[in-house]
Write a protein that binds this ligand. Structure first.
Ligand SMILES: O=P(O)(O)OC[C@H]1O[C@@H](O)[C@@H](O)[C@@H](O)[C@@H]1O
Length: 368
């Protein structure tokens, strides 16, 4: 698996090397926002308003589905009047009870961790909202419990349908008056995604294409990816996950200010000093910082100081700025940029961005 940057501008390779259609799926992000909104409205997610405000919201989901919970929490923001937690495992915490809302999200509607949590939620008398594939086991659990279920048309990998899976959660948050979000906001988000998709389109060459440029930055490095706000950190985490699953590439995720109390120490370590990739310039480590327009003033100082610290040590840096006024818009533009970059990184290594054979093998081994 060698890195060949010229592959990124070879149109034939970009289509033949992507048999699962990850690039077209990523390009459909804006359409996914609109469909996700329509699906939520049709499923009458607004019925949740009738339950009154829950004590807590727990979003259960794994991988490309679980990130929907993080996006929802960051879209509601720090002023949330209740805790919003993403649960990525098999068991509801002991404190969860009948006054809580559990949102089970699964693109396939058939992920064992998520089904286990949804079943426990029904048993404990919680309000359940399901989001996922139509006709799936998750829909069966929700229907049996007379819970609201939003069927969304996920075809292929959940990570390529993040907006189909996320928008119904934001609609639910709006119904509970946790965040103002109406059709106009979703239209703004869709427009921002269209704009980014245009800038990152396959036919746009590397030197003007932000998705390809980010892939070029990350290639042959060990990326350490930080966010400078809660919203930017969700995009940073998503980028690390997308590098893992699309490009089968390791990435280290961090969030300021915590990264400034730990990961920053790696700037003085062996990976910052020596290269582990043959024939590449020195310094394996690369710091990628996702900055937000709304940052705590101390986080702005930490971000700037960390970037200077890295540059003083000749650790290469990439800084990406979020765009938009609503946190959802800002996450959307950064997330889509990362979705493109991770797909281009895969294609530059001639790796199929859609396949995840190690994940399938792991699932097969635990099901025996
Ligand atoms: O998103 P669902 O279908 O619940 O699956 C959960 C996750 O499972 C993993 O093994 C991968 O396939 C992820 O891409 C996926 O998001």
């Amino acid at each position: 698996m060698t890195w060949e940057p010229e592959r990124l501008d070879d149109q034939r390779h970009l289509s033949d090397g992507d048999p699962g259609g990850m690039l077209p799926a990523v390009a459909a992000a804006a359409a996914h926002v609109r469909t996700g909104y329509r699906s939520a409205v049709e499923a009458r997610v607004d019925r949740l308003a009738g339950m009154g405000r829950p004590r807590a919201v727990v979003v259960a989901g794994m991988g490309g589905s679980g990130i929907a919970g993080d996006i929802m929490a960051a879209a509601v923001g720090n002023g949330a009047p209740l805790p919003i937690i993403t649960l990525r495992s098999y068991q509801l915490p002991g404190w969860v009870g009948a006054t809580d809302l559990i949102i089970a999200v699964s693109g396939s509607g058939d992920t064992e961790e998520t089904l286990a949590v949804a079943t426990q939620a029904v048993r404990r008398g919680c309000t359940l909202l399901g989001v996922g594939a139509p006709g799936s086991p998750l829909e069966a659990i929700a229907t049996q419990a007379s819970a609201v279920y939003v069927p969304v048309p996920v075809s292929g990998q959940s990570r390529a349908a993040v907006w189909l899976l996320t928008v119904p959660l934001i609609v639910a948050a709006a119904a509970l008056r946790l965040v103002p979000a109406d059709q106009e906001l979703f239209e703004r988000v869709a427009t921002a995604l269209e704009d980014m998709a245009h800038r990152c389109r396959p036919s746009s060459e590397s030197f003007v294409n932000p998705g390809k440029s980010l892939a070029l930055d990350v290639a042959e490095s060990l990326p350490v990816i930080w966010g400078s706000s809660a919203a930017a950190s969700v995009a940073a985490y998503r980028l690390a996950c997308q590098l893992n699953t699309n490009a089968k590439y390791p990435a280290i995720y961090g969030e300021l200010p915590e990264a400034g109390h730990g990961q920053v120490a790696t700037f003085d370590g062996p990976m910052a000093e020596r290269d582990i990739f043959a024939d590449a310039p020195a310094h394996a480590l690369r710091l990628v910082v996702l900055r937000d327009v709304e940052e705590h003033p101390q986080l702005t100082r930490q971000r700037e100081a960390s970037l200077r610290l890295a540059r003083d040590r000749d650790v290469p840096v990439t800084e990406l700025a979020a765009e938009g006024t609503h946190p959802l818009e800002r996450m959307a533009s950064l997330i889509l940029l990362g979705d493109y970059a991770s797909t281009y990184l895969a294609l530059g290594y001639a790796i199929d961005p859609s396949s995840v054979s190690a994940i399938s093998e792991l699932k097969a081994r635990i099901s025996q």
